[in-house]
Unconditional design. Structure first.
Length: 129
């Protein structure tokens, strides 16, 4: 729980520049299938929050690849937050997978809404940019 709380805190730190070590840690956790889904989801939310403010070029391809890969994850919580991250940083390459999720994924994340709704919201964000 402390681990996930630390990820959450790092996701919402304000008044600080994007820290490359934090982004690298988020990428590592999000991609690591041995991590619990809630930690991976929190890392994806952190990527969406931080990279929507500033996107260091050296992380672009890696971040996009991990986010798109997580859209196919077996854990719905990971898919949900991958949808969020894809929309937050406007990953147009994710649109085909987001469209499928929007039409087919009814899994609901506790306290939020369905993966499909999050995918649709992300499609709207990407198409508006």
């Amino acid at each position: 729980m402390i681990y996930e709380s630390a990820l959450y805190t790092l996701s919402f730190l304000t008044k600080c520049r994007v820290n490359l070590e934090i982004i690298d840690a988020f990428l590592h956790v999000a991609a690591n299938k041995a991590e619990v889904p809630s930690a991976r989801g929190q890392a994806l939310e952190g990527l969406g929050n931080k990279l929507s403010q500033e996107f260091p070029q050296r992380f672009y391809q890696r971040a996009v690849s991990i986010i798109i890969e997580c859209l196919d994850d077996s854990e719905f919580e990971v898919r949900f937050w991958a949808c969020f991250a894809a929309g937050a940083i406007r990953v147009s390459d994710a649109l085909p997978k987001l469209r499928v999720l929007a039409q087919t994924d009814d899994a609901v994340v506790a306290g939020w809404w369905s993966v499909g709704k999050e995918a649709q919201d992300s499609i709207t964000l990407i198409n508006s940019s």
